[in-house]
Design a protein around this ligand. Sequence first.
Ligand code: URA
Length: 226
Amino acid sequence: MNNAIRLQYLAAMGINVWIPRIVAPVEQSLPVVVAEPELTIDQQWHNLRTEVQNCTLCNLCNTRTQTVFGTGNQHADWLIIGEAPGEQEDKQGQPFVGVAGQLLTEMLRAIGLSREEVFIANILKCRPPNNRDPHIDEIKHCKDYLQRQQQLIQPKIILAVGRIAAQALLDTNEPLAKLRGKVHTFNNTPVVVVYHPAYLLRSLSEKRKAWQDLQFAKQTVIAMEK
Ligand code: URA
């Protein structure tokens, strides 16, 4: 019996026969993955520098003369982090080049480091007007750049210079007196806090404490190398 007749008989008996529809197979379209070529370290530095130069994430872009990216050895063991560019730094595009910067250079020299072998940067890449303290949103935006600098440099130690840098880096409101003399961490890198040279210029009696802080930082690195 052919199929059509068989269906007629079944229909006459009140039996509904479900005939499967032929479903066309759905073509599986897999997303095309184009492999991104991996960026070299130099390309990553270049991209980061360009991003910072063109940054408009906060209002400081309207008042800066230029951004201050940071300078020094891109493979440094020591990453020195200050607060923000001041007047001279904003003019010259380099961190710590004013009077406080000269004292910082001397402080580093005292523990056997030259400016060329460390990397010096700031929490903020742009000068706050009249050197006011950085605002929370400015720190938030800029900290990402700093984090990327740290990831590229992979320093053995970070020296947080002054209360504002230390508090911003470590996400704390603790006073500097409580932060110094301890090893903290930022993204798994040890952080030691030291007095800001601008503060030392105002209160020379604290110079001895600054010397202790630097020695402590140096000892921290030596202990890590053992
Ligand atoms: N003070 C800082 O914290 N950073 C500078 O670059 C200059 C002064």
